[in-house]
Design a protein around this ligand. Structure first.
Ligand code: SF4
Length: 265
């Protein structure tokens, strides 16, 4: 029997966003767990924000679904941290998604393993194949997903609300419980509840992604300055949280998908 989806329209979600805006993260999480049940999951790279949400949700529903992606270029520390999280939260249903091996092989054959250094288009293409596509597939079948987005992270995130419709992913609901929190609020929460932290924070990293595309920040730099630091004037986004169209990489991605699957799409 087909499961009935929980769907909101723009008007309803706008009203909910107003109602939830001054609510605590725990209340927003509770609302989402009660509203979507099995059809909501936390999608996280296990950074501080995602870990705070995971811990809060785990306190209410220990079997909460969590999805992360192993892009194939993650630092060793992240792989080990995934295991730490499994041990700390054994009931949590943590799913590690991986990119399509044929798509990665085709991209690397055509463009080389470190294509992301050559241009913003190549970097977006790599993020698309290794991260965005597996995460997008993970969202299929869900009615909502939790993200650790905060308004103070980057200019492109300044207007996020605690709930919004995700028109890039079939109109499901994106729940951002920490929208109005700061990095210091997150830190305080992790300390208070002894939540494990990704080990690279202790080495000066403030935003952690793939190994070749992440470095610690220097004094006075923005928190996301350590991501794709060789680029100038490009958004510090992989394309998962906002559509990024350059006119350059989408064509190449389509060619890679066609070649990888031999279906010409
Ligand atoms: Fe590729 Fe770098 Fe994006 Fe990882 S962060 S998917 S290695 S471009």
């Amino acid at each position: 029997m087909l499961k009935e989806r929980v769907v909101f329209d723009d008007l309803e979600i706008g009203q909910l966003a107003v109602e939830l805006d001054d609510q605590e993260p725990e209340d927003v999480i509770e609302w989402a767990l009660n509203t979507f049940g099995e059809s909501v999951a936390i999608v996280t790279a296990l950074q501080a924000d995602g870990m705070a949400i995971l811990d809060m949700a785990h306190q209410m529903f220990p079997q909460v679904r969590v999805m992360t992606v192993d892009t194939g270029r993650l630092p060793r520390e992240t792989i080990e941290f995934i295991e730490d999280v499994r041990r700390r939260y054994p009931e949590v249903r943590l799913e590690v998604r991986t990119p399509d091996a044929d798509e990665v092989a085709t991209m690397v054959r055509r463009n080389g393993p470190d294509l992301f250094r050559e241009s913003v288009e190549n970097r977006l293409m790599c993020c698309q194949i290794r991260k965005v596509r597996p995460l997008t597939e993970a969202l299929e079948g869900l009615d909502a997903w939790f993200t650790g987005l905060r308004r103070d992270q980057w200019a492109s995130r300044a207007a996020i609300t605690k709930v919004q419709l995700d028109h890039d992913h079939d109109g499901i609901v994106k729940v951002n419980p920490l929208a109005d929190w700061t990095a210091a609020d997150v830190d305080e929460y992790l300390d208070e509840f002894a939540v494990p932290r990704h080990p690279l924070y202790a080495q000066g990293y403030t935003s952690i992604g793939c190994d070749p595309c992440t470095r610690p920040i220097r004094d006075g730099e923005d928190d996301r300055a350590g991501r794709w630091w060789w680029e100038s004037d490009a958004p510090k986004e992989c394309g998962m949280h906002c559509p990024i169209e350059t006119g350059g990489f989408e064509h190449e991605v389509r060619a890679i998908l066609g070649e990888a699957h031999g279906d010409g799409h």
